[in-house]
Design a protein around this ligand. Structure first.
Ligand code: COA
Length: 376
C-alpha cells in the first residue's frame, strides 16, 4: 500500500460542476468557459447554474433572487452574538462560528431531502454578506447598516460595508470577482465540505468547516498575504533582490503557483482586466506598478517551473480600491465560494458514501505503560 500525500492527483468524486485544464489554463462552470460567464452573467445567476446545473429561466431567476433578498436580514440574536465577540476576531473565524447557528433559523435542513438544499442555499447566500458587513461595522463600534433589497447583490454588500451606495459599474466589477471565486473543482475546502456532508451533517456544518479550511494561507488566505507583501515592497527599492532572497531561502512568493494550473490562471487574467477598469474609475495605486514589476521578475525566474500568478495576486489590490479591509479579502472569497461548496454537497449527497480513508500505521506495538513519576 502507498500513501498519496495530499491526495494529489487522486479522484475522490465524479462531478459535472466545474472543469479545469491546468496545462491550457481552462476553467469552465457546467461546461461554460469562465470568460463567458464573467463577461455576460452575474454572481447569483452563476450560483444557480453551479448548484442546479443549468442557467435559470426568467421565472427561476426572479424567484431565486427574491428568496435570497428575503434572507438578507439578520436575527437580533445573531447581531447580539456579533457584539459579544472580541473585536480582534478575524472575520473568517466570525463566519466559521456563526454559519452553523444559521441552521437554527432554517427548519428545512435535512440533507437527504433535495428540496431542503434550496433553503440552505438561499439562507447562506442571503445572510453571509450581511454577517460580514455587520461584523466590520460592529468591530468599529458602529451600528450595522441594514441591507437594502432594492440593490443588486454585490451592490448591497458594498453598501452595507461602506455605508455608501457604490458606483454601479464598480459594483458590477465586484460582482464579476464573485463569479471568479464561486467554484474551483475539488480543492481543500470543497473536499472538506463533502467530507462533512458525507456524515449527513447539514450544509451549514459543511460550509462552516469549508470556511475553516479556506482560511489557511496555502488556500484562500494567500490574497491577504499578497497585499501585505506588496505593501512591504512599497518601501523596498529593489524588488529583484526581494525575489532573489525569497528563492534563496526557499520561501514561497504569495500569489504565484497553483497545484493545478501550470500556466497563467485564467481567473488571474480576468481579474487583472477588472483591476484596470477599476483604476479608470477609482484612480491608480502605486501597488499596481509594484505588482506588475514583481510579476515580471517572478516570471523570469520561475516560468521554467511553470509558476505563474494565480487569482490571489491581483484580487487584493482590486478589493483595496473598493474600500474592502485587508482581513476581508478571504471572507469575500468564502462568500462567493458558498455556491461551489453547496453545489458539491448537493451533488455528493445524491450517491452518498461516508468518507473513511485508511492509513499505513508506522508506530509501535504492545508497549508497556510507564507511570508519570518514572518518566524522564
Ligand atoms: N514561490 C516560489 N516558488 C514556488 C512557488 C511560489 N509561490 N510555488 C511553487 N514554487 C516552487 C516550489 O518551491 C517547487 O520548487 P522545487 O521543485 O525546486 O522544489 C516547485 O515550484 C513546485 O512546487 P510545488 O510545491 O510542487 O507546487 P504545489 O502544486 O504543491 O504548490 C501552491 C501549489 C499553491 C501550494 C504553491 O504554489 C504556493 O505555496 N503558492 C503560494 C501561495 C498561494 O499563492 N496560494 C494560493 C493558491 S490559489
Amino acid at each position: 500500500m502507498e500513501v498519496y500525500a495530499g491526495l494529489a492527483g487522486i479522484p475522490v468524486v465524479k462531478s459535472s460542476i466545474s472543469y479545469i485544464d491546468g496545462e491550457k489554463g481552462i476553467l469552465e462552470y457546467r461546461g461554460i468557459p469562465i470568460e463567458e460567464l464573467a463577461a455576460n452573467s452575474n454572481f447569483l445567476e452563476t450560483s444557480y447554474l453551479l448548484v442546479f446545473g443549468n442557467l435559470p429561466s426568467v421565472e427561476e431567476y426572479n424567484r431565486f433572487v427574491k428568496d435570497i433578498k428575503y434572507n438578507l436580514s439578520l436575527d437580533e440574536g445573531i447581531i447580539r452574538f456579533l457584539k459579544d465577540l472580541p473585536k480582534n476576531t478575524h472575520p473568517m473565524k466570525v463566519l466559521q462560528s456563526i454559519i452553523p447557528i444559521l441552521s437554527s433559523f432554517d427548519e428545512n435542513r435535512d440533507v437527504l431531502n433535495e428540496k431542503h438544499h434550496y433553503s440552505s442555499l438561499v439562507t447562506l447566500l442571503g445572510k453571509v454578506p450581511t454577517i460580514l458587513a455587520s461584523w466590520k461595522r460592529i468591530r468599529e463600534g458602529k451600528k450595522p447598516v441594514n441591507p437594502d433589497p432594492e440593490l443588486d447583490y454585490a451592490e448591497n454588500f458594498l453598501y452595507m460595508l461602506t455605508e455608501k451606495k457604490p458606483d454601479k459599474e464598480v459594483a458590477e466589477i465586484f460582482d464579476k470577482c464573485l463569479i471568479l471565486h464561486a467554484e474551483h473543482t475539488i480543492n481543500a475546502s470543497t473536499f472538506t465540505a463533502i467530507v462533512v456532508v458525507s456524515t449527513l451533517a447539514d450544509f451549514y456544518s459543511a460550509v462552516s468547516s469549508a470556511v475553516g479550511s479556506l482560511s489557511g494561507r496555502l488556500h484562500g488566505g494567500a490574497n491577504e498575504r499578497v497585499f501585505h507583501m506588496l505593501n512591504e515592497l512599497k518601501n523596498n527599492e529593489n524588488i529583484h533582490d526581494y525575489v532573489e532572497e525569497k528563492l534563496r531561502k526557499k520561501e514561497r512568493i504569495m500569489g504565484f503557483g497553483h497545484r493545478v494550473y501550470k500556466t497563467y490562471d485564467p481567473r488571474a487574467k480576468i481579474i487583472k482586466e477588472l483591476l484596470n477598469k477599476v483604476t479608470k474609475i477609482k484612480g491608480k495605486t502605486a501597488l499596481i506598478h509594484i505588482a506588475e514589476e514583481l510579476e515580471k521578475i517572478v516570471l523570469e525566474k520561475l516560468r521554467k517551473k511553470k509558476i505563474y500568478p494565480n487569482i490571489d495576486f491581483y484580487s487584493g489590490i482590486l478589493y483595496h480600491l473598493l474600500g474592502i479591509p485587508i482581513d476581508f479579502y478571504t471572507p469575500v472569497f468564502a462568500m462567493a465560494r458558498i455556491s461551489g461548496w453547496v453545489a458539491h454537497c448537493k451533488e455528493y449527497i445524491k450517491e452518498n458514501k461516508l468518507f473513511r480513508p485508511t492509513q499505513i500505521y508506522d508506530g509501535g506495538h504492545n508497549i508497556k505503560y510507564l507511570p508519570l513519576e518514572k518518566r524522564k
